[in-house]
Unconditional design. Structure first.
Length: 658
C-alpha cells in the first residue's frame, strides 16, 4: 500500500487530527483512521492524549490507515516505542480515540508543525486523560511498580507542612523518616534505578504534557496513577540516608519536578528546571515551555517557527522580554563557555544565551540585586551589541579554585574543599558585620538555606544554624571528614557540591567575597544591570565593550544594597509561597516581631500620580497610574526605574555588551 499523504488541516476552524485506534489484539496488524475535527469540539470526542518518548528510528513499525468504510488506503511508518504503545492501548471490542503527535501532526510540513506545536499544551489539557507510555515491561519494571505501591501504602504527603508522614503510627518508621534508609535490597534498588531511568523521564516535551490531573502511567500492562508517582518520587528524593543510591534519588528528584509542574512560573525558572531534559531540536528549548509559563509571560505570544535558526530564536526571546516586560533576567543565563554548542562563536554576541546546553553553574536562588527594576537598554549595530544601564560595582582582585577532587567519595571530597576554602577565613568578621561562618555558608550554597523562606521552608535546604556548626566542626577538627553524617550535614554537603560546580571563589578589591564562573579572573568586573536580578561578571573585549562571563553570588549586594543601601536594622528579605501564583515571592520579615511586608521598606513613598492596587489574595500589590493610563510595564515598581534611582543618587553608566 502507498504511504500516507496527509490532507491539510483547516486553519479557519483550528483543526486537529484525532487518531481512532481500531479493535485488535496481540500481534495482529495495527489499524487506525484519522479524523479532522475543529479543536473547540475535540473534547466532545473524549480523546486520550499519549505522552511517550519517540525512541530511535531503527526498527520502525507500520500501521494501516483505513477509511470510514474500512478500506485500507495507505500505511504509515512509526517508531517502535509508539507502535508497541498502540498495541497495548487498543481494545478488543471497540475503537479508542487518541492523539499522538507523531501521527496526528504532519512532521514533514514545517508550517503545520509550528501551528500544531503552538496548540499542543491545550491539546493535552483538553484530553479526557493523558496516557504516559513508558515502554514495554520487564522484570525490573514489575519489581519497581510493586515497590512504588508499597511506599505509597505507607506514607502520605502533608501539604500544610510540606512533609512526608506515615499514614498511621506505624512500627516501620523507615518509610517517612528521612534519617532512616528504605528497606530495599540490591535487586530492588537496581529495579528502581532501571525504572526511573526510562527515556520518558528525561524528555523535555513531557513537562507540558502532564500538567492536568487525569494522568495514568503505563509500563506494559502495569499502571500507576500520577498521585502515586508524585508521592513516591518525592519520598525517595528526600531520603538523604541513601548515599549509595544517589542516582536513584536524583532521578526521583527530577521526576518530582516534572509531576509538580505549576503553569505559573517564569520562563527562566523552567529553563533552569529543564536544562537536563532532552529534545532533538534546540529550538524546542523554548517552544516546549510556552504552554507551561505564567499567562503573563510574553513568551506565550512567540509563535513556533521552525524556519528560524536557534540562535535567531534565542536572540528574539531576550529582546521580547526586554520590549514587552522591561526585563533582562535572561542575561544571567549567558556564559562564554556555554556558546561552545554554536558552530561559530566568534560572531555571536555574549548577551545571547545558548539554551541548547545545560548551564555551567547552578541557579543563584532568590537573587534580588535590583528587584522590580526596569531595564534601560537598546540594541546597537544591527543587533550585535546591547547597550544597557548599570553600575560597575567592583573589580575582581583574586580568585581561588573551588575544585572538588573527584577521586574521593563525593561527601569526603566536598568536605575537604570546604576545609581548604574556609579554614583561613572562618575567624574573620565580614565587612557588613556578619560572622564569616554565616557568610561562607551562604556563599558555598549560593544562599540555598531554609531561612530564605518566610513560611514553609524548602525541606531539601540546609538549616543555617546547623550548617554553621558543621562548618566550624570541619575547620576546627580536620579529622572529622569522613565521619557519619546527620541528614542536615548531608543536605549541606549536597548543596555545596552542586553550587560549587564550575565555579571559583573570588575576592573583590574592596573586600567583598563570593563565587563566580570558573573562567573569572583578576581584573574582571562585577556589574549590576538594570532589569537583571543577578550580578554578572563582565570583561572588556578591548574595543570599548564588555563580554558576559556569567552570573555570580556576591555576599552583601544580593538584596539590592548596591542601589538602595542596606535593609533597616532588624529586617531581612525572604520568600513566601504565593498560593495564587504557585511560586515564591519576596517578602520582608522583621526578625523580632515576625512582621511581614510585601514592599521593600527602603523604597519610601510612591511618585506623584501613582497608587497601589491589590493584586492577589496573598496581599501583593502592583502599581497603577491614578489617571488610568496603563503603565508600559505593569509588573515593575515606578521607584525602580533608571530615572527614579538616579534621583536617589545612584550613578549609572552605559554598559555595552558585545
Amino acid at each position: 500500500m502507498p504511504p500516507l499523504v496527509y490532507k491539510p488541516l483547516s486553519q479557519e476552524t483550528s483543526e486537529i487530527r484525532i487518531l481512532w485506534l481500531l479493535p485488535g489484539s496481540g500481534t495482529s496488524p495495527i489499524e487506525v483512521r484519522l479524523e479532522h475535527v475543529p479543536f473547540e469540539s475535540a473534547g466532545q470526542l473524549q480523546y486520550e492524549a499519549i505522552s511517550y518518548a519517540w525512541g530511535p528510528p531503527e526498527d520502525p513499525g507500520t500501521i494501516n490507515m483505513k477509511t470510514t468504510s474500512s478500506d485500507i488506503i495507505s500505511t504509515l511508518s512509526i517508531r517502535r516505542n509508539l507502535y508497541e504503545g498502540l498495541q497495548q492501548l487498543r481494545l478488543e471490542d471497540g475503537e479508542r480515540a487518541l492523539w499522538a503527535d507523531a501521527i496526528c501532526i504532519n512532521q514533514h510540513d514545517l508550517e503545520e508543525r509550528g501551528q500544531q506545536v503552538e496548540r499542543m499544551a491545550e491539546i493535552y489539557k483538553t484530553a479526557k486523560q493523558v496516557v504516559v507510555w513508558l515502554g514495554r515491561a520487564d522484570d525490573a519494571a514489575g519489581i519497581a511498580i510493586r515497590l512504588f505501591n508499597k511506599i505509597a501504602s505507607n506514607v502520605e504527603f502533608e501539604s500544610q507542612s510540606d512533609r512526608i508522614v506515615c499514614r498511621s503510627p506505624a512500627e516501620e518508621d523507615h518509610w517517612a523518616n528521612l534519617e532512616l534508609p528504605l528497606p530495599f535490597d540490591h535487586t530492588e534498588w537496581a529495579a528502581m534505578r532501571s525504572f526511573t531511568s526510562r527515556p520518558w523521564f528525561s524528555r523535555l516535551w513531557v513537562w507540558q504534557e502532564i500538567v492536568q490531573e487525569e494522568v495514568v502511567f503505563m509500563c506494559g500492562r502495569y499502571q500507576l496513577s500520577k498521585a502515586i508517582m508524585e508521592l513516591v518520587a518525592t519520598t525517595v528524593s528526600r531520603k538523604l540516608k541513601e548515599p549509595l543510591k544517589v542516582d536513584v534519588i536524583n532521578q526521583c528528584a527530577d521526576i518530582t519536578k516534572i509531576l509538580m509542574t505549576s503553569a505559573l512560573l517564569t520562563l527562566q525558572s523552567y529553563i533552569d528546571m529543564t536544562e537536563e531534559a532532552q529534545c532533538s531540536d534546540p529550538r524546542d528549548r523554548i517552544y516546549a515551555l510556552r504552554g507551561l509559563v505564567s499567562p503573563s509571560e510574553c513568551i506565550r505570544d512567540l509563535a513556533p517557527d521552525y524556519t528560524k535558526s536557534s540562535i535567531a530564536l534565542y536572540r528574539d526571546v531576550v529582546l521580547k522580554y526586554l520590549s514587552a516586560a522591561g526585563e533582562l533576567n535572561l542575561l544571567s543565563e549567558c556564559s562564554t563557555r556555554r556558546h561552545l554548542s554554536f558552530s561559530d562563536t566568534s560572531s555571536i554576541p555574549t548577551w545571547i544565551p545558548d539554551f541548547s546546553r545545560p548551564a555551567l553553574t547552578r541557579l543563584i536562588f532568590g537573587a534580588r540585586s535590583c528587584w522590580m527594576s526596569t531595564a534601560h537598554a537598546a540594541v546597537l549595530s544591527y543587533g550585535e551589541r546591547l547597550r544597557t544601564k548599570g553600575i560597575v560595582f567592583a573589580a575582581v582582585a583574586s580568585t581561588e579554585p573551588t575544585t572538588i577532587d573527584t577521586e574521593n567519595e563525593w561527601t569526603v571530597a566536598t568536605a575537604l574543599a570546604i576545609q581548604r576554602l574556609c579554614t583561613p577565613r572562618i575567624q574573620e568578621t565580614y565587612m557588613n558585620g556578619q560572622t564569616m561562618s554565616e557568610v561562607l555558608c551562604r556563599i558555598l550554597t549560593a544562599n540555598f538555606m531554609t531561612d530564605v523562606w518566610a513560611t514553609h521552608p524548602n525541606p531539601e535546604a540546609p538549616d543555617i544554624v546547623e550548617a554553621e556548626e558543621y562548618l566550624h566542626l570541619l575547620c576546627d577538627r580536620p579529622q572529622s571528614v569522613g565521619h557519619a553524617l546527620s541528614s542536615q550535614q548531608s543536605s549541606f554537603l549536597k548543596d555545596v557540591y552542586i553550587a560549587l560546580r564550575n565555579r571559583t571563589f573570588f575576592t573583590t578589591t574592596d573586600g567583598y567575597i563570593g563565587v563566580a564562573p570558573e573562567s573569572t579572573r583578576a581584573g574582571d568586573e562585577i556589574c549590576i544591570i538594570l532589569g537583571c536580578q543577578t550580578p554578572l561578571v563582565l570583561r572588556s573585549d578591548g574595543r570599548g565593550n564588555r563580554e558576559i562571563f556569567g552570573k555570580c553570588y556576591v555576599h552583601g549586594i544580593m538584596e539590592g544594597e548596591s542601589l538602595l543601601g542596606p535593609l533597616p536594622n532588624g529586617w531581612r528579605r525572604a520568600n513566601k509561597y504565593s498560593r495564587q501564583h504557585g511560586a515564591d515571592w519576596p517578602v520582608f520579615v522583621h526578625n523580632e516581631t515576625g512582621q511581614l511586608m510585601t514592599e521593600d521598606p527602603r523604597l519610601g513613598d510612591l511618585p506623584p500620580g501613582w497608587k497601589r492596587e491589590s493584586w492577589d489574595r496573598d496581599h501583593y500589590v502592583r502599581y497603577v497610574r491614578e489617571d488610568g493610563v496603563k503603565p508600559e510595564f505593569p509588573d515593575k515598581d515606578p521607584r525602580m526605574t533608571c530615572e527614579a534611582l538616579e534621583a536617589r543618587g545612584v550613578k549609572f553608566e552605559d554598559i555595552v555588551i558585545s
